[in-house]
Design a protein around this ligand. Structure first.
Ligand SMILES: NC(=O)C1=CN([C@@H]2O[C@H](COP(=O)(O)OP(=O)(O)OC[C@H]3O[C@@H](n4cnc5c(N)ncnc54)[C@H](O)[C@@H]3O)[C@@H](O)[C@H]2O)C=CC1
Ligand SMILES: O=C(CO)COP(=O)(O)O
Length: 336
């Protein structure tokens, strides 16, 4: 299975960066951008300055705002829109998807209401098996990769040949993809770390240091792994790139929108102010703290940090008070 012609649906930070990764691996890439002026800028100037200022895109990347044109002849289709808009977007694109195309998911979130992972949403709308979708996850801050800083990722799919086909299509001198078959674990790792990054940002905004960060990262990983294990993930996945790898990168980096969002809340800004400050870009954790909390409650898994982020983001609770409550919970064994 060789993939030469790829369509990327979504021209934000990660969609544009992933298009560059593919083109730098020798693939022909057509992007779909929601706004015609963004498509024209990519096509004519080879830039997308609204998302990736100063980055020049390879000549192999072109763009259109016409989804039918973008999808014509695609051997792989990369879905690069935010989690909560994936269902609506994919519903509009469903009839245009080439029959044999491999579907690839970049989004890191859990859908509100249905509590589905992104591959489950894609499976339902596109009429394919959800674990046949290739899920991309890992420590992949778009702005670093767009500058060709070395990074690795996980490409998870039950169909190993499909994962390998996309792996080969995106392997280049600065981007090293690994395959995995644990779709559930890779998706949950990616969705949960956004919520934990919010909490780390919030702690930084409150003036706390490395011990607090390390505690949130480690206990965040513990609650993620608890949920994953309950839902059938391989616990080893959380020790890998899609688990601790992504968690550390996102919780530590000022480039993370989720961490930045949390830091603003920690400094006393409102959710609306923080939303404006991340420039309209998606901080998935703000919505995913709600869906992940419901998912966990449904299967009887305790996720105290996620619960705390829900109370701050959706119930207007004061970050300092939530922090104090987290610390003051009933004492317990580390692994209970
Ligand atoms: N930016 C990053 O470093 C990384 C992002 N991701 C994930 O990739 C997914 C996409 O993220 P980004 O490209 O960074 O997001 P972004 O906010 O930078 O761009 C989103 C893109 O989707 C388009 N879009 C289409 N329909 C939309 C709608 N209804 N609402 C909002 N936007 C809509 C926007 O026009 C925009 O081009 C997210 O799930 C994110 O968690 C994963 C790894 C790295
Ligand atoms: O998923 C990411 C890094 O792997 C990007 O994180 P943010 O959405 O917080 O910027």
């Amino acid at each position: 299975m060789t993939v030469q012609s790829v369509t990327v649906l979504g021209a934000g930070s990660w969609g544009t960066t992933f298009a560059k990764v593919l083109a730098d691996a020798g693939r022909d890439v057509t992007m779909w951008a929601r706004r015609p002026e963004v498509a024209a800028e990519i096509r004519e100037e080879h830039t997308n300055n609204g998302y990736l200022p100063g980055v020049v895109l390879p000549g192999r990347v072109t763009a259109t705002d016409d989804a039918a044109l973008a999808l014509d002849g695609a051997q792989a289709v990369v879905l690069a829109v935010p989690s909560q808009s994936l269902r609506a977007n994919l519903t509009a694109w469903r009839s245009l998807l080439p029959r044999e195309a491999i579907l690839v998911s970049l989004a890191k979130g859990v859908e509100l209401g249905t509590l589905k992972r992104m591959s489950e949403v894609i499976g339902e709308i596109a009429g394919v098996r959800s674990d046949d979708v290739v899920v991309v996850s890992g420590p992949n801050l778009a702005k670093e990769i767009a500058r060709q800083q070395p990074a690795a990722a996980v490409f998870a799919c039950a169909d190993h040949d499909k994962a390998v086909a996309v792996q080969q299509a995106s392997f280049n001198s600065y981007f090293r993809p690994y395959t995995n078959t644990d779709v559930v674990g890779c998706e949950l790792g990616g969705a949960c770390k956004n919520v934990i990054a919010l909490s780390c940002g919030m702690a930084a905004g409150l003036g706390f240091g490395a011990n607090t960060m390390a505690t949130l990262i480690t206990r965040g990983l513990a609650e993620t792994a608890r949920l994953g294990s309950k839902l059938g993930a391989d616990p080893l996945t959380f020790a890998g790139l899609a688990g601790v790898g992504d968690l550390v990168a996102t919780c530590a980096s000022p480039l993370s929108r989720n961490r930045t969002f949390g830091e603003l809340l920690g400094r006393g800004e409102t959710v609306a102010m923080a939303q404006q400050a991340v420039g309209g870009q998606v901080a998935e954790g703000v919505m995913s703290c709600q869906s992940i909390r419901e998912l966990a409650r449904g299967v009887g898994v305790d996720m105290p940090i996620t619960d705390a982020m829900f109370r701050v983001c959706h119930e207007g609770m004061n970050p300092a008070r939530v922090g104090a409550e987290l610390l003051g919970r009933q004492q317990k064994h580390e692994w209970s």
